[in-house]
Design a protein around this ligand. Structure first.
Ligand code: PLP
Length: 405
């Protein structure tokens, strides 16, 4: 629909796709030019020098003892998540809402999906440990085999994080119930308070961590993912390397050699990550405030570049306008207002839950980043100058509410 509208010369305010808009860091650009002649196959689990750089970078960033893990390099963290789902027998405990690919991956592997309820509020993304335990017990009573829990904090679609004490409590339940944890930390370095929180700290013997450079360095198309595989799980690392060997073989050699630089801790790259994160924080905070001012439930995001507003306060009024589901809501916004969003159903929400996922990336990241680097303050004028479509999108929500409620 976005393409059709654009082809017809109509404007689209694009909050549908979540791609970080910033340019390739110049140091990485230079390194890629230097490494472009490289052509050899590399070890399936990744270049040793890169794996070592990744381990020490994460040790410094997170305080994790990375010697408890084997590092694996893959063409994107999505394939690490898929390989893990393949390698670990049993059914998937999946919080709702969750990122769009976890469920389809489980279904492709003929595993059941067991939904775990969550609460989203100003303090973050919550999974009640007692409810988690109850879900595990109920699934077992039905003859299912809940064996792994997938977590994503900061989360896509919510932009919220799981508080530290709750990570600890969830880890304890997983230890007591013998559940493996797949911790998708692809947004781990995009937190607005600058803190890295990983559940792997509390259950290193049963947690895998996956990440990459797609988000904090805006390098999604470079297809580089990293995984920490717990050594304590017997045979898991060799299963993962067999999967790598029989499928993707290795991440392209020029890319692996280049991205070592992204894990050296260079001050210029770290400053670039902080600047991009600050801009993400400005955009998603602005959207959340704008939506709350319209009476929509929109907790302020704590990381990543998404908002997940809930239109529940307008349920009755919207029903009168024939909007009963999140798909109706997204459809109406697209067709009548040129505002592209994703419905909550794409993230596992029941159809009648009136949530949308909004990505806050519809602006020129190169111009915004250079303005910040040249001293432009991160305020509302910054949005008007460098992200006018983000403001227009919030104003369009206002028009939508006035027209339909
Ligand atoms: C929550 C989440 N996990 C994983 C991924 C996959 O990232 P990649 O395969 O580029 O590392 C994405 C990207 O959209 C994501 O949003």
């Amino acid at each position: 629909m976005v393409k059709a509208r654009r082809d017809a010369g109509q404007t689209v305010l694009h909050m549908g796709f979540g791609e970080s808009p910033f340019p390739v860091h110049p140091r990485l650009l230079k390194a890629l030019q230097k490494e472009s002649h490289q052509k050899d196959y590399l070890p399936t689990i990744g270049l040793p020098e890169l794996r070592e750089a990744v381990a020490s970078y994460y040790e410094r960033k997170t305080g994790l003892d990375t010697s408890q893990f084997d590092v694996i390099i893959a063409p994107g963290s999505k394939l690490i998540l898929y390989a893990l789902q393949m390698a670990i027998e049993g059914d998937l405990l999946m919080p709702v809402p969750s990122w769009v690919s976890y469920g389809p991956q489980a279904r492709m592997l003929h595993r059941d999906i067991i939904k775990v309820p969550t609460v989203l509020d100003e303090a973050g993304f919550h999974i009640d440990p007692d409810k988690l335990r109850a879900v595990i017990h109920a699934a077992r009573a039905e003859g299912k085999n809940p064996s792994k829990l997938i977590l994503n904090s900061p989360s896509n679609p919510t932009g919220l994080t799981i508080p530290e004490d709750e990570l600890q409590a969830i880890a304890r339940v997983c230890q007591e119930e013998d559940i493996f944890i797949i911790s998708d930390e692809i947004y781990g370095l995009i937190t607005f308070d600058g803190h890295y929180r990983s559940i792997a700290k509390y259950a290193p013997e049963r947690t895998s961590v996956s990440s990459g450079l797609s988000k904090h360095l805006s390098l999604g198309g470079w297809r580089i993912g990293i995984g920490f595989i717990p050594k304590a799980v017997d045979g898991l690392h060799s299963l993962m390397s067999n999967i790598a060997s029989e499928t993707w073989s290795c991440v392209p050699s020029p890319i692996q050699r280049t991205v070592i630089e992204a894990y050296r801790g260079h001050e210029d790259i770290e400053a670039h990550i902080r600047a991009c994160t600050d801009i993400h924080g400005l955009m998603s905070g602005f959207i959340a405030t704008g939506l709350r001012n319209l009476g929509i439930i929109a907790p302020p995001p704590q990381g990543a570049f998404y908002n997940y507003p809930d239109f529940a306060p307008y349920r009755e009024a919207l029903a009168a306008a024939a909007i009963h589901t999140s798909v109706d809501l997204a459809g109406k916004l697209m067709e009548n207002y040129g505002l592209a969003t994703l419905p909550g159903t794409a993230f596992g929400a029941d159809p009648g839950v009136l949530t949308l996922r909004l990505s806050s990336c519809d602006y020129d990241g190169t111009a915004a980043l250079s303005a910040l680097q040249n001293g432009a303050p991160l305020d509302e004028d910054f949005i008007d100058s460098y992200a006018p479509r983000v403001r227009e999108a919030v104003e369009t929500f206002g028009k939508f509410i006035r027209d339909n409620t």
